[in-house]
Design a binder for this molecule. Structure first.
Ligand code: HAM
Length: 415
């Protein structure tokens, strides 16, 4: 788990701002769910055979004997909130978004942290494929607004409870005949989660999968029609997508559409998927609600930040103060806070270094900050109720009344 220092905070804030703007435009409402949830929410929601539930959850037992988990993802918690708060009684669709920290016990490496932030968007109560396309569009736009180029959307359909069981059988019988050629993880997956063999990164498994049956050839009529329409919507908005028959995602709740977005360069590939998601029409029911179609995705804030830095994407510079306040002596210092407050109320940015008492070091600081004016309040001025304005561009100084300082600076800054 890592600290988010000032150098990265500005990227986080930029990403948050872009997400918030797009959420407002597409009418998503913000939701925050607790960091801790009942462990069962995730084992039921994400699936016992997934890596997340099997290996990556931070679990704890409370004094009262409850089993809780630091949330590894946001979809199951948002579904719980949807059910618990009776959102199905409101006019549908319900569109929610979130931005917060998530926790997975991973091997820390580039793009993989044990605490990481996600921005997520979820839509409930709408089965039309237009929603699948809109979710892809939202994330594509988030990344585009952040000036990330060469984006590629990988997309697939993994069917539903009508067609997937049959496809799984086909897949198991195909891989069973070639079990010896699979890695040890995939041998286990063959029993527990055969679909995941398709996205194994091991060279030898990728060779075996090349001839494996593909889900797209075995979709039922409804899933086939749905997927065709999703792709038509994406064509209509000229979204650059790539059909990836091996994309299955690491969470069990998906039905029909699944997708991930990558940046198409060596750095982008190293960082991994910037965002991922899909449709999950059964999850609301599995978690105790009424059967409700749903679709969503989330993006990794650290990964997006890493890529923006790698690609040297500039953020707009913060507005810097043009005025520096220097004080000398105890009486001047006593008057300082009040003077700063007067500037704040007029919304004029002013900076100081109260910790330094020598004029030379304070002027040095002002020089470094490249402020246009320095206000100097010495012992004499403090007694007389005056203050010196020094123009740093030409070194000219003028003494004015202390209570005119704000007005005078305002006037000069306007010029
Ligand atoms: P996910 O693919 O597990 O999906 O995570 C989404 C994104 O979070 C990834 O594409 C990646 O950018 C980022 N991410 C995941 N794990 C880490 C990590 N350990 N360190 C840094 N970044 C990471 C989900 O979580 C689903 N809940 C998405 C979703 C929402 N599906 C439907 N609605």
């Amino acid at each position: 788990m890592h600290d988010i220092l000032a150098v990265n905070q500005k990227y986080f804030q930029k990403i948050f701002g872009v997400c918030e703007n797009l959420a407002n435009f597409y009418q998503f409402e913000r939701i925050d769910t607790p960091i801790l949830e009942d462990s069962e929410l995730f084992s039921k929601g994400i699936g016992l055979a997934t890596d997340i539930v099997g290996k990556q959850m931070f679990n704890l037992k409370t004094r009262g004997g409850d089993y809780l988990t630091l949330r590894p993802e946001g979809t199951a918690p948002v579904v719980r909130a949807y059910v618990e708060n009776g959102m199905f009684n409101l006019p549908q669709p319900i569109k929610l978004w979130y931005f917060g920290p998530f926790f997975r016990y991973e091997h820390p490496q580039a793009g993989r942290y044990r605490q990481f932030w996600q921005a997520g968007f979820e839509v409930f109560g709408e089965e039309s494929p237009v929603v699948d396309a809109q979710i892809v569009q939202v994330f594509y736009n988030v990344l585009k607004e952040l000036k990330i180029k060469n984006l590629i959307v990988e997309i697939n359909s993994i069917g539903d409870s009508q067609c997937r069981p049959y496809y799984k059988k086909l897949l198991v019988s195909y891989f069973k005949g070639r079990e010896g050629a699979l890695c040890s993880d995939c041998k286990r997956r063959l029993k527990e989660n055969p679909l995941r063999i398709l996205d194994c990164k091991e060279e030898k498994c990728q060779q075996v999968r090349a001839q494996a049956p593909q889900m797209l050839d075995h979709l039922c009529e409804e899933c086939r029609k749905h997927f065709k329409e999703v792709l038509e919507f994406l064509d209509e908005i000229e979204m650059p997508y790539h059909l990836n028959p091996y994309l299955v995602r690491g969470l069990d709740y998906y039905t029909k559409t699944v997708f991930e977005i990558f940046e198409d360069s060596d750095e982008g590939k190293k960082i991994g998927a910037l965002a991922g998601g899909g449709r999950y029409d059964n999850l609301v029911k599995v978690l105790g609600g009424k059967s409700t179609p749903a679709c969503g995705a989330s993006g990794g804030v650290e990964r997006i930040t890493a890529l923006m830095k790698e690609k040297k994407i500039k953020l707009s510079e913060p507005v810097l103060p043009k005025v520096f306040f220097a004080q000398l002596g105890s009486l001047a210092k006593r008057k300082s806070l009040k003077l700063l407050e007067d500037f704040r109320q007029e919304r004029i940015l002013i900076t100081e270094s109260f910790g330094r008492d020598s004029l030379k070091s304070q002027l040095g600081r002002a020089n470094k900050l490249e402020t246009k004016y320095v206000l100097i309040l010495g012992q004499k001025e403090a007694l007389e109720g005056s203050i010196i304005i020094r123009d740093m561009t030409n070194g000219k100084q003028e003494t004015i009344k202390l209570d005119k300082a704000v007005r005078e600076i305002k006037k000069r800054l306007k010029k």
